[in-house]
Design a protein around this ligand. Sequence first.
Ligand code: SF4
Length: 257
Amino acid sequence: MLPSEIEKLSQEFETKTPQEIIRWALEEYWPEAALSSSFQTQSMPLLHMVTRINRSAPVFFLDTGYHFWDTLMFRERIASEWRINVVDLYRDHHWDVFARNHIRSLPLEDPDLCCYLHKVQPMQKALQDVKAWITGIRRDQTSARAHAKILELQPDGLLKVNPLLNWTKTDIARYMQEHNLPKHPLYETGYRSVGCAPCTVAIGMDDDDRAGRWAGRGKVECGLHTEMFRKKDIEELKRDFRIEVKEGAKEEKSAGV
Ligand code: SF4
């Protein structure tokens, strides 16, 4: 499709249901379409919709090595009960020495680099094999997401499809209730948005749902849905995000990362 056609279709989709948009994406791009999911409570409606339309659709899960045990167990349970085609994604092994040497400090001292290694780069690699990427982002989640479009053509030709963009957390709750969907085990203990353990804390009833992610560190996005996702080169990343790769840089460079 031409960029102008995608732009026009994206406008038309503003009045369509998420199911209509998902069905279009899976029919138009099958078998080169995939979904990404973090298997938290708010991910359940999209997973539920996709599996009802095409159970074979690959669901990319970023196994960062920093997840709560509860998340991994919940992922196993949902994948098994709903018979989901989950594909686990891991950091490139060229980063192993560096990541092991900084396993405790990296999420706290350099979360942008940590997210790049464990989330952005593995997703970039997995998406090389598909033409359409279905995500669960919503405009009401962050200021960066407020300006997203339902269809977004990436510079490399990948089409990002955001069928839930117009939904609010009330819509999510309504769908969860209507379909009696399970919640992440930590949800009721104040973890309304669950990421990696070192970067997620429980929040109060009046807090924004994402207030517990990277709390107090001035970071609100992992990079999958920001400009960081377009960075394919570590030098470009370091320059634009002022990231400092400490010990281990030699291994990374010699590995051609
Ligand atoms: S969320 Fe935290 S632990 Fe997970 S990849 Fe990002 S910085 Fe690392």
